[in-house]
Design a protein around this ligand. Sequence first.
Ligand code: NAD
Length: 325
Amino acid sequence: MVSAPRFGPGHRILVTGGAGFVGSHLVDALVARGATVVAVDNFVTGAKENVAQLDDNPLFTLVEADVTDGLPDHHPALRERFDAILHLASPASPKDFTTLPIEILRVGSIATMHLLDRAGADGARFILASTSEAYGDPQVHPQVETYWGNVNPIGIRSVYDEAKRFAEATTMAYHRYRGVDVGIVRIFNTYGPRMRPDDGRAVPTFITQALRGEPLPVHGTGEQTRSICYVDDLVHGILLLLDSTETGPINCGTEHEVSMRELAELIVSLTGSRSEVQYLTRTADDPEKRRPDLSLARQRLGFAPQVGPADGLRRTIAHFSERIG
Ligand code: NAD
């Protein structure tokens, strides 16, 4: 079990993908702890506005760079030693799998190696944001970390699934053979403010359509399930892993499973929309079921998600309402 935070005031922490959805919430939490945080992002799917609240905060620096090229040494904030490196950079939505396939493969492979080299040189703890997609279309339910997965290595989703599986293998090799202090978190579907409304993931798509009074697109029968985790809970889990000495991989998410049809109906009801659910053709390799087994996260990290779907969705809807107007 974890006791006092390992990382806080006086520590320098690098967050790749720090201007993205999850990265920006993580950056907020680390700065709130008093850590000095450098976010590196090339804004391929993230946005400066996600960290605009930290513009005048002396603990925070945002550097625009593609981490696939390694960390640029011309920027002073990147020259000094880091105590921890959290690698979140990667396009992650199903839409990105077809629009940014090579970028996803490069950031999961080449960038992960560059960052692990740096973690080794700095003696920094390295956290890899991996994914439930490492399990592919799972044949074991709920998914436990010891399950090796069922991934189509040449399918549409393979650029993401295999990039993350490669990143996990690389992280473990640097740990085993170069002694780097690492932690791998397998993140399950997470939602919340700052998601891109058009990123193709179910929650932002359903909320946007409901707020516009347009049909909510559900693929197949809508009986396929996901366990959706509110971003604050995920960030808490990542910080627990960061502060621990656990290597992982450790699942992070919620065990509350919801079908796509139920999710669409809940969002229609919470937004007070008159939108209807529209059933479309099922997409290729779309997993049938997804739910983490959180036993390891509970035992090793004391992780317990706090925010239920109705509460989290209300907060997310409030954020989207402001933007959609
Ligand atoms: P996101 O697209 O909002 O964030 C990714 C960030 O990385 C963006 O700001 C993007 O601009 C940046 N980025 C991408 N390639 C880069 C590069 N080469 N150099 C520098 N910056 C780069 O996605 P997210 O949902 O916040 O996901 C963050 C991480 O968590 C990803 O690694 C993703 O695979 C992982 N993850 C997320 C979920 C989820 O449900 N949100 C689930 C599983 C895993």
